[in-house]
Design a protein around this ligand. Structure first.
Ligand SMILES: Nc1ncnc2c1ncn2[C@@H]1O[C@H](COP(=O)(O)OP(=O)(O)O)[C@@H](O)[C@H]1O
Ligand SMILES: [Mg+2]
Length: 259
């Protein structure tokens, strides 16, 4: 049943190509992320998953293709099939609705947990500190770390640091959250608490794109799974369908290795 208007598409990638030197890393990626959808991106190491995420928020720039975020064009091809970006200012504006969480939590080490959360809303969004503090406290409570608000990151476990990183991203009030293997740097016993936080976000219908090796998470929390190998989408579909009953040989081989 096709009952979606264009407004429901939060992210659309069309024929994305990205090279590093002579190496073509992304070879024509097309995908669409709808409001409230949780997309898990899976695939072997080196297949271009991080590059794909980094292209979405312009940490890397694509060579050709089109990127649309909430219906606004970030980059698209000119007449020569070369991607051109909108101005820096417009780009920042368009990307302000995205939040990203990295494998390495990337907290500011010289700032307390609370200061980490306040930094971007106050410095970038120019919001009043007094106004952001209650929101930051609510987010820390949500990730179960309110009592750590005055701690420095180095005193926290990896799982706690990653939950702070998630709260920090949420403090910017994003409409789309991008996660790049958020649990890969964690000891196994700490991945659960981070996955739980992400699952709660998914349950609240946050639009999410999650690169992950956690197949259980992908199967249970994602609405949609995309399998990437060698810079192309080999297979995609409803999460359980792709993970429990993959159609492509390459997907089957990858999943077999993961179990
Ligand atoms: N900044 C870069 N410069 C050159 N090569 C890069 C750069 N970033 C990634 N690559 C290469 O692109 C390929 C895909 O990397 P990546 O997107 O990190 O894969 P994945 O996240 O799926 O493991 C790898 O071969 C990697 O070495
Ligand atoms: Mg990666």
């Amino acid at each position: 049943m096709e009952n979606m208007t264009n407004n429901d598409v939060m992210l659309r990638l069309t024929q994305i190509h990205k090279r590093f030197g002579d190496l073509e890393i992304l070879k024509g990626i097309n995908l669409e992320l709808k409001k409230g959808e949780v997309m898990a991106v899976i695939g072997p190491s080196g297949s271009g998953k991080s590059t794909l995420l980094r292209c979405i928020n312009r940490l890397e720039e694509i060579d050709s293709g089109k990127i649309e975020i909430k219906g606004r064009v970030l980059a698209q091809n000119n007449g020569e099939n070369v991607a051109e970006y909108v101005s820096e200012k417009e780009s920042r504006n368009i990307l302000s609705c995205t939040g990203m969480v990295f494998q390495q939590f990337n907290l500011f080490p010289h700032m307390t947990v609370m200061q980490n959360l306040l930094e971007a809303p106050v410095q970038v969004q120019k919001r009043k500190k007094e106004e952001v503090i209650p929101e930051a406290e609510a987010l820390l409570k949500k990730v179960g770390l309110l009592e750590k608000k005055d701690w420095y990151p180095s005193r926290l476990s990896g799982g706690q640091q990653q939950r702070v990183a998630i709260a920090r991203a949420l403090c910017m009030k994003p409409d789309i959250m991008l996660f790049d293997e958020p649990t890969s740097a964690l000891d196994p016993e700490l991945t659960g608490e981070v996955l739980k936080t992400m699952r709660e976000l998914a349950d609240e219908h946050m639009t999410m794109m999650v690169v992950t090796h956690e197949m259980n998470f992908a199967r249970e929390a994602a609405s949609h799974v995309v399998f990437v190998e060698g810079g192309v989408i080999v297979e995609e579909g409803p999460a359980r369908q792709v993970i429990d009953n993959p159609q492509e040989e390459r997907t089957q081989a990858f999943l077999k290795n993961m179990l």
